[in-house]
Design a protein around this ligand. Sequence first.
Ligand code: GUN
Ligand code: FE
Length: 407
Amino acid sequence: MEIRENAFVVCEAGVCRGVFDAVPERYGALEVIDCENLLVMPGMVDLHTHAPQYAFCGTGMDYELLTWLIRVTFPEELKYADAEYAAAAYDRFAQMMARSATTRAVIFGTRHAEATLMLMDRMEKSGLVSYVGKVNMDRCDPKALAEPSAAEAAADTRRFIEESLRREYRHTKPIVTPRFVPSCSDQLMAALGELRRTYGLPVQSHLSENPDEVELVRELAPWSAFYGDVYDHYGLFGGDCNTVMAHCVHSTPQEVQRLRDNGVWVAHCPSSNMNLSSGIAPIRRYMEQGLRVGLATDVAAGTSPSMFRATTDAIQLSKLYQRCMDGNARALTFPESFYLATKGGGSFFGRVGSFEEGYAFDAVVLDDSAGAPGEAMPVQERLQRAFYWELDRNGIVMKFADGERIF
Ligand code: GUN
Ligand code: FE
């Protein structure tokens, strides 16, 4: 982490040109925005969240993963067959995202193509940059909660992809989204692998989140070497397609090695992992092992859409990991967790998450003057304090994504 005081960050044609003590002459014609006494930082990247779950975020938190999905989440997501319900809920989600410190996000919709396209319309209008996926789930007990067949799920996904590309969004792109292995038949996984090759799209899913889930995958795919091997078998696990897997709490050494070999991004979801008592992912270790890692809110298993909160939750959880799981592990520092929430996850989008030259210009400007006087405090401490105070609730005074001002 590098802190610069009383400096100028230059954005030209949507691209960051670096940070300077004075505006270089060649940029003399650019508009100057005065941010005196404010904190200017790269925008946050939420590498995994569920838009339809925002509406019930904070309820049903007494379960573990599989029960929570069947009793709370799947029934709620079924409501998105209703376009009116979806419109109202996604309006609220997009408004919340626009106001937040998040400038980029990788987002799950529901299994409904229509509603997920409505979500994309709203994300595009929000000014954020995002990947959005129509969820695939043709396997589930009770059956009533699943899509009717693999063929229909794949056909809906193809329709969703083609329509989203036809709309030529500037900031919003489709992503192939098998919900997770337990909810996708082999036939559907094969069809999704085919679709992602045909359209050259990235992939998002869940991996090794909960012990019962991992066991279920072992029963459903006894031929697989480990959970992630199932995605890999169908061409949905990195390599020539950008792939992000949420959680990776219970990944075996073999799975970790495949994650690294295939260049898969791990989306660490600390709030979610606490709420569903899924476990603690050894994130600091993953970084040491050379994995690509970012941070995520995972609303609604994660109960805050704030990436500030995700950043501080990750630190707290890594400290508990050290205390309770492995005394030799190192906890995350604030700069490390800040890195994960910006440049770490940002790399999924390309050159994103930093004010270095050539990076896309994503920025948020914070006013921390409401708190105790910050003038005497080092800037890094003011920034850290802003995160723990969740200053993103009401302290954001300006926001830019991909060089464009959102407010
Ligand atoms: N695994 C499959 N679906 C989900 C979901 O919606 N949330 C979480 N946390 N894990 C999942
Ligand atoms: Fe999730």
